[in-house]
Design a protein around this ligand. Structure first.
Ligand SMILES: Cc1cc2nc3c(=O)[nH]c(=O)nc-3n(C[C@H](O)[C@H](O)[C@H](O)COP(=O)(O)O)c2cc1C
Length: 473
């Protein structure tokens, strides 16, 4: 597939190393493979947490929705835990039941990351930037500026928009999927070309001779495709990691091809270990098809965490947070198990007859786990409190159970790491950092400190500057 038509020589891709590297990727890779360790990211959002009712918890300031201070506090907590990155999703629209629920994205992510960048030193900063409704020049400029501001810690989650409500905010309609992904390929290639539009040593800064920069090493990119174009160059030299790394999330077969070509980090939403293993191996194969080393792509599985002193305390906390959903969810639980269930059933476990009749629905991969929990004899309120109907696998209980879960998936090659979605940010990140992280470190599964300063280094990603000529097709 060809997306961009060159008018002049394109900025070259470089295999050289930036920042504090003394060894290039190959050297680091062999060091890493001796002690394979997982990586961890945390997803932030509206200032409250994964659960809709987090804003109402007595220990949460309900004004956090617009608080940069709270976002900074969460980032610092994750950095204390040596997380490789934090992730800010984006959804430029207002939707949902604002009468009772806080929207899941509030403050604009790039400005939020700018505030966080100034108050943290090591943690990677990843944000979504839509490839559907942004011009590549703006994306290139903003992400590169943030990358320079943070000394090389930025990642761009390059995804297309999917919601007509977002399209309406740009006075547009959602393009057909094929067009959306064509535009995505053009945007990513163009952004990377703009990032590489200054050769690494173009910024001379020789005060004695008076030479500021070498114009021979700063070139327009002159790229135009079917959907976007830009002349360039950007007025920006390389950052300490050269340029931001690319992340990708979701998007089925199209997303797989995007990730295979460009992504260093992929945030997946698998429901089961088998699903995660499958997704990870598909991604690795896609990277190989694109001419890359499969180890260049890191797959992160999403998990929802409720850290508590024991299982009972974890379930009680999740009941406090999610009970308002149970009347609807118990009916859906019935559909997952092929049973008729309603609110009145919540206080009792499934009867022996119901258990004998229950069949996990093949339409929902969460059904097998739901039945497994029900067989343990919990009442249905507790079955739901286990998080059997959640966007990601949910673990509610003592730190050791969360660590065991992560270890099992990691050692089964189901993930290179995890993006953690705490139930309530205010105390959930600290609880994970103080409880789960030391166990993983003790087991040799997670690093005790940052080994480098840039996100590229944290992720073990090869140096890249400009477009990756291996994947242009
Ligand atoms: C982990 C994860 C994070 C995502 N983050 C965002 C986001 O921040 N903003 C957004 O608009 N879409 C986000 N998405 C949606 C996907 O990127 C993608 O656009 C969606 O799956 C629709 O793709 P499709 O149009 O090919 O079906 C996310 C998906 C996943 C799995």
């Amino acid at each position: 597939m060809t997306f961009l038509h060159r008018r002049t020589r394109q900025t070259k891709s470089s295999g050289d190393c930036f920042e504090e590297y003394t060894a290039c990727f190959r050297g680091r890779k062999s060091e890493r493979s001796m002690t394979k360790q997982m990586m961890i990211g945390v997803a932030l959002g509206n200032g409250y947490g994964a659960q809709n009712s987090a804003w109402r918890m007595p220990w949460v300031d309900p004004a956090n929705y617009t608080s940069f201070d709270s976002q900074v506090r969460y980032a610092q907590a994750a950095e204390r835990g040596k997380f490789q990155f934090l992730f800010l999703p984006d959804y430029p629209a207002l939707k949902g039941d604002v009468a009772m629920e806080a929207p899941w994205v509030s403050l604009e992510p790039m400005l939020t990351l700018a505030a966080i960048a100034r108050e943290t030193n090591r943690i990677g900063l990843v944000a979504t930037g839509s490839t559907t409704f942004n011009e590549p020049y703006n994306l290139a400029r903003q992400f590169k500026t943030l990358d320079i501001m943070s000394h090389g810690r930025v990642g761009w989650n390059a995804v297309p928009s999917w919601d007509p409500a977002v399209a309406a905010n740009f006075g547009r309609q959602l393009p057909p999927r094929e067009e959306k992904y064509q535009r995505l390929h053009e945007v990513v290639q163009l952004v990377q070309a703009l990032w590489g539009s200054w050769e690494r040593d173009a910024w001379v800064l020789d005060t004695a001779s008076g030479q500021f920069a070498d114009p021979a090493k700063i070139k327009p990119i002159n790229l135009s495709g079917r959907h976007v174009g830009a002349r360039g160059p950007l007025p920006l030299p390389p950052s300490e990691q050269g340029q931001p790394v690319i992340f990708q999330a979701g998007g089925g077969g199209n997303g797989l091809e995007v990730a295979g070509r460009y992504a260093t980090g992929v945030m997946g939403a698998p429901q089961t270990m088998e699903d995660a293993r499958h997704q990870r191996s598909e991604l690795r194969a896609a990277a190989q098809r694109a001419g890359r080393d499969p180890d260049e792509i890191k797959y992160f599985a999403g998990i929802m965490t409720t850290v508590a002193s024991d299982r009972r305390a974890g379930l009680d906390r999740r009941i406090l947070l999610t009970e308002h959903t149970f009347a609807d969810r118990v009916v859906y639980l019935g559909q997952m198990l092929g049973l008729r269930l309603e609110s009145a059933s919540l206080d009792a476990p499934l009867s022996p007859e119901q258990l004998a009749a229950a069949r996990p629905s093949p339409a929902d991969p969460r059904s097998v786990y739901a039945l497994q929990v029900a067989r343990e004899g919990w009442n249905l309120r507790d079955v739901l409190a286990h998080g059997v109907i959640e966007f990601h696998p949910a673990i509610a209980g003592p730190s050791i159970e969360i660590a065991d879960f992560m270890q099992a998936w990691f050692e089964a090659d189901a993930a290179d790491g995890f993006w953690v979605v705490p139930d309530v940010f205010e105390d959930g990140i600290d609880a994970f950092v103080d409880g789960v992280v030391p166990i993983l470190q003790e087991r040799g599964l997670f690093h005790r400190d940052y080994e480098g300063h840039t996100l590229r280094h944290h992720l073990g990603a090869p140096a890249q500057y400009g477009t990756d000529t291996r994947v242009l097709g």
